[in-house]
Design a protein around this ligand. Sequence first.
Ligand code: FAD
Ligand code: MLT
Ligand code: ZN
Length: 478
Amino acid sequence: MPDDLRPIPGLIEAFGSLLGPNGVLTDAAALEPHLADWRGLYRGQAMAVLRPSTTEEVSSCVKLCARHGIAVIPQGGNTSMVGGATPEARDRQVVLSLARMNRVREIDVADMTMTVEAGLILTRAQQVAAEHGVLFPLSLGAEGSAMIGGVLSTNAGGNTTVRYGNARELMLGLEVVLPDGGVVNGLRRLRKDNTGYALRHLFVGAEGTLGIITAAVLRLFPAARETATALCAVPSEAAALSLFRRFRTADEGAVRAFEYMSGVGMGMVLATIEGATLPIAPGADHFVLVDLSASREGAGLRALMEQVLEAAMEAGEVEDAALAESESQRLSIWRLREEHPEAQKRAGASVKNDVSVPVSAVPELIRRASDACRALIPGSRPVPFGHMGDGNIHMNLAQPPEMNAADFLARSHDIMDCVNDIVRDLGGSFSAEHGIGRLKTDMMEAWRGGAELDAMRRIKAALDPQGIMNPGKVLPDA
Ligand code: FAD
Ligand code: MLT
Ligand code: ZN
């Protein structure tokens, strides 16, 4: 029997004595939700799911894994779009779930910081901030499941990046368990801290390959006291971009989100999501969701919204628009955007291209990539949507309805290459916000090869010489 498959006598019991009766799952049914990813692309194995509830427990588990050469797959909400939190198909590994480390350790509205554990669910972090009259602004479709450790480890973006930045910009300090079990206590609440290498930034976006984030200091902001939200039908991608420029020029600080959706994607949402309704006339090919917010009452956002939309209508850049008149209308407009991933899942197989280009190149990206995908797979349906204000478009492709899903997915890498050629030509990136995970490791050589990839490999080897932290993710095999 190869070593990798040989059980290690007493190991599970040793984890049990470190973590107590609720801390170790080995039952097949209990393991199940931890072994496959949200998209259903990957499935792996694990000897156990470890559920530590303190940093010391995480450290003890990692020390034990290091001693026995057991791989550790850190897992938060398991909503990764790139298979980052899914174990591989081999035995000597454990999933380490942060779910029980979900405490808010401290909130300080004078410093505008919140110190929270990695297993805190994103919506809970938003709620706790709101209960204290402040705002934690990160917002994305998976926020009801994604956890703080996960969003930091992927440097998640989402709908509000245009105003507040990615997860990285919302973090001041981190506590991390290293691959040898050592604990870096960097939970500093400082705006300024130039003390050697900024280790905290190394772990943000590392997707669990360099260590386990156990807690973080997050930045808070004043709560929104006024909002204005509109759904607009626009005649083209270029018109959507012009509208973005108009809002930025009118009041850049007011734009909280600026999201693009195609007619195809909107059609999928309306057809598959119960209760989804369009507040404007149907039939448009392009839509934009504009969300404005201000921390000051009387900021005049409604007037600003009307004024910009009126000017854009006169210029032929907006065909139709609906302004939310209540919080429930605002939420139902947002639902049309947020249900895009679920609607695509329900419409069959789809290939995701989470790419970014300079904001000015977004219309060209959407047009060229849509044409190229249709030519590559006749009958396929491009579903471009997402964070136009950041130049981050999800250039997704849905299968032709009559095609077999497995045959379509077998072309995934051709489709991604086809889109990425255009992205490269436009000076963009093949991964904007979802990360590399397992899905995109084989693209790293072509995009980040040479000195950059070499430096990443040396960092990995220095911190994790045994290669036990989330193997098979981010870096391609040497
Ligand atoms: P997981 O999926 O559990 O893990 C993600 C990665 O981080 C894995 O590599 C894992 O090993 C590692 N990891 C997790 N926790 C830790 C930790 N404590 N320490 C070290 N490593 C860790 N992403 C966006 O950026 N923007 C979006 O708009 C967006 N929308 C989405 C909408 C839907 C419907 C879905 C399903 C996903 C969406 N995503 C989006 C992707 C996903 O939600 C994010 O990547 C999120 O940040 C992952 O959080 P998680 O807790 O689920 O992490
Ligand atoms: C989103 O913004 O909704 C997700 O990041 C995109 C996706 O499902 O591809
Ligand atoms: Zn997104």
